[in-house]
Write a protein that binds this ligand. Structure first.
Ligand SMILES: CC(C)(COP(=O)(O)OP(=O)(O)OC[C@H]1O[C@@H](n2cnc3c(N)ncnc32)[C@H](O)[C@@H]1OP(=O)(O)O)[C@@H](O)C(=O)NCCC(=O)NCCS
Length: 146
């Protein structure tokens, strides 16, 4: 299983090559998302997380936009089901807790990943829609901090 300590917050400036390599493999090659939709202006202003396996190889990434939207959650196929996705999501939720100003986390979930996010308490909010040729649904998690 993934050790939560193997997930780190990184900047686009420092790790763009690594983050791009993971997202290229997962979204562009595996899911056939067009390159023109994958890369946008939000990467430069987002917080990114990077998960590494026990050998230090990069295996997953996700980003948090300044407005609290989580996105681009991706784990390389051969490393799925080992807790990397969960550890990355936990790291992002912890970051929102530290910021202590955001009352909710939001994301556009691929329909196939809804159950993954439901495990963390996210609830479907609204109708399904198609983005980059993939069925999505909005999900929201209300954050309660003590
Ligand atoms: C979604 C994704 C990030 C999950 O990462 P992961 O490392 O496999 O997730 P974890 O190993 O932490 O899984 C945690 C739990 O969620 C479950 N789960 C993970 N992905 C799931 C999915 N797509 N559907 C249903 N359950 C899922 C796991 O079985 C596990 O359940 P358990 O706690 O009962 O054992 C990964 O499957 C992925 O990169 N998919 C392709 C890209 C993608 O669809 N991204 C989401 C965009 S919204």
């Amino acid at each position: 299983m993934c050790d939560p300590r193997s997930v780190h917050i990184v900047s686009w400036e420092d790790e763009a090559l690594t983050l791009r390599a993971i997202r290229t493999e997962v979204f562009i090659h595996e899911q056939q998302v067009p390159e023109s939709l994958e890369w946008d202006e939000f990467d430069a202003i987002s917080m990114h997380v990077l998960a590494r396996n026990f050998d230090g190889q990069p295996v997953g990434t996700a980003r948090l936009l300044p407005d609290g939207h989580i996105g681009r959650m991706a784990v390389l196929k051969e490393w799925r089901g080992k807790g990397y996705g969960s550890a990355m999501l936990q790291k992002i939720l912890e970051e929102l807790r530290i910021r202590n100003k955001q009352k909710k986390a939001m994301l556009n979930a691929q329909a196939s990943a809804v159950k993954f996010y439901e495990k963390f308490g996210f609830k479907v909010s609204g109708e399904e829609f198609v983005e980059a040729g993939i069925l999505h649904v909005k999900m929201i998690l209300f954050l309660k901090w003590n």
